[in-house]
Ligand binder design. Structure first.
Ligand SMILES: C[N+](C)(C)CCCC[C@H](N)C(=O)O
Length: 288
């Protein structure tokens, strides 16, 4: 089993993550709290109340977990393609796999990474939604002191299953959209690369960026549902399940609610995924 693919997935994921985290915090807040007028308003308020640090809340944990999550995504994708087409990463330039195979392998990677991602993502979302300034004397302390404390609280208050709150929505969000992710990437690379050659760095950056956007645009409706279900554990009996969350959100806030965070998701997706794919391809070439 080519282990390089897992290693490359890890490093490239970490680079992308740091770049994108501030956008991600704004997105999560817009999706789950109704006190912001829009992207700018949320950015200004976060900065005023919490300083720049506010944008990096909940990041330490994803940095640790991206090792697992992105390496599972890229490692499983690449190994699924190997199983489907019997070609290794290097051979694939000369014998490109069909888009159906790319899609199926992408979905496989997506499904498996969602399972690993679920608890980490839940903790990230809970921490990002704490809007208390870090050191406010006399003010109420935030509910969670950090990722480990947050995990311990969820375990105590909601049980082990609590850690997987929103996991179904996450799986439904990621399985098809990561298929779309790799298909878009492959398609754009092939458009701008002469046959049989390795795509240039510029091509990889652009293809990776648009793959990220395509994947996030299609993922946004379920991303909203997922984030809301993850927060719901806090208020007792908030949602009965995914359908209930969809119906009640739509009734109370209109269909537009499912597109919340679309713009910021896309703005984040381009640089994050451009860097992710560029470092992934470079690492694999360097190790070949
Ligand atoms: C499938 N979905 C669009 C939800 C995620 C795509 C993941 C790509 C990358 N890790 C990122 O954070 O942008």
């Amino acid at each position: 089993m080519p282990a390089e693919e897992f290693m490359a997935g890890w490093v490239s994921g970490a680079l992308g993550l740091v770049l994108g985290h501030p956008f991600d915090t704004v997105k999560v807040r817009l999706q789950t709290q109704n006190k912001y007028q829009g992207i700018m308003d949320c950015m200004v308020k976060t900065y005023r109340h919490e300083s720049l640090l506010g944008f990096f809340k909940g990041m330490s944990f994803p940095i640790a977990s991206v090792a697992v999550v992105n390496s599972v995504l890229f490692g499983c994708y690449s190994n699924a393609l190997l199983a489907l087409t019997a070609t290794s990463h290097q051979e694939r330039r000369a014998q490109p796999p069909s888009y159906t195979h790319v899609f199926v392998a992408g979905c496989t990677g997506g499904l498996l990474q969602a399972y690993c991602l679920a608890p980490f993502d839940l903790i990230k979302v809970r921490l990002q939604n704490q809007t208390e300034p870090r050191a406010q004397l006399g003010g109420p302390p935030p509910r969670y002191r950090g990722p480990v404390h947050c995990a311990a609280c969820i375990l105590r208050e909601e049980g082990p299953r609590g850690l997987f709150r929103g996991a179904w929505a996450l799986m439904l969000r990621d399985t098809p959209t990561l298929g779309i992710y790799f298909v878009t990437y492959e398609w754009l690379c092939r458009q701008y690369t002469p046959e049989g050659q390795t795509p240039s760095s510029a091509t990889v950056l652009v293809a990776g960026g648009f793959a990220g956007i395509a994947s996030w645009v299609t993922a946004t409706p379920l991303d909203v549902v997922k984030s809301r279900m993850q927060m719901a554990g806090l208020e007792r009996g908030a949602y009965q399940g995914m359908l209930d969350c969809i119906v009640r959100s739509a009734r109370q806030e209109g269909l537009g609610v499912f597109f919340r965070g679309l713009l910021i998701n896309s703005a984040r997706a381009f640089p994050v995924n451009a860097v992710t794919f560029l470092s992934y391809e470079h690492l694999l070439l360097a190790w070949a």
